[in-house]
Design a protein around this ligand. Structure first.
Ligand SMILES: Nc1ncnc2c1ncn2[C@@H]1O[C@H](COP(=O)(O)OP(=O)(O)OP(=O)(O)O)[C@@H](O)[C@H]1O
Ligand SMILES: [Mg+2]
Length: 212
């Protein structure tokens, strides 16, 4: 039987550098001979990407917080069953741009849904499945918003007020604090090369840890 692949997630507010650094994690692993699949949430599967388009549509005003939450987990159920689990079972490592920590941070921290309710859905959809490693890209909200704003027109989440992202950031840091084994915080408000150095260090440390 093949050894199962590892599941690595990248998290952080908009403009934190997740998508930029995903390529760094990927090349770091591929240099070590690891087979890698990169994907993202919400989305990552054909149905999931359709749900993503709905969730990010800036014209979709006034969606109920619970609808948003359930759509996130609907997309995740599809993603896990069709893409993530099959890859992991074939020994492929999966790198995912956002996962359930984002649901806790945005729908919990940002929208104020009780974390216990999110935990119920997490268990329902994922059972005991959790990432093996999470890189949390942390930076001042203003820096992240400025970077994201330079990149493209704002999606539905990017149109939120600064205080929303402050709550999201706080939500993420709380997750890091309660999951120190899994979540590594990266200081992301610095030049891209310095962020990449931290990423390479963390990935190398993780590879050493699992080698023991
Ligand atoms: N360390 C950095 N310093 C300055 N600019 C950066 C840095 N990292 C990324 N950027 C730039 O900031 C923008 C946002 O980066 P990126 O798309 O990687 O963030 P993200 O976390 O994936 O954002 P989103 O959540 O909106 O997808 C991009 O234009 C990218 O080139
Ligand atoms: Mg991105």
């Amino acid at each position: 039987m093949k050894t199962k692949g590892k599941f690595i997630t990248l998290e952080g507010i908009e403009g934190a550098g997740k998508t930029t650094q995903l390529a760094v994690v990927q090349s770091c692993l591929e240099e070590q001979g690891v087979d890698v699949l990169t994907t993202r949430e919400p989305g990552g599967s054909p149905i999931g990407e359709r749900i993503r388009a709905l969730l990010l549509d800036p014209d979709l005003k006034g969606i109920a917080a619970d609808t948003e939450l359930l759509l996130m987990f609907a997309a995740r159920a599809e993603h896990l069953e069709k893409k993530i689990q099959p890859a992991l079972e074939n020994g492929i490592w999966v790198l995912c741009d956002r996962f359930t920590d984002a649901t806790y941070a945005y729908q919990g921290g940002g929208r104020g849904i009780e974390l216990e309710r999110i935990a119920l859905l997490e268990e329902y959809v994922q059972d005991s499945m959790r990432p093996d490693l999470t890189l949390l890209f942390d930076l001042p909200v203003a820096t992240g918003i400025a970077r994201a704003g330079r990149r493209s027109a704002p999606d539905r989440f990017e149109s939120e007020a600064v205080c929303f992202f402050e709550d999201v950031r706080t939500g993420y840091l709380a997750i890091a604090q309660s999951n120190p084994e899994r979540v590594r915080v990266i200081e992301a408000g610095v030049p891209v090369e310095q962020v990449s150095d931290q990423v390479r260090r963390q990935v190398t440390a993780f590879l050493k840890e699992i080698d023991r």
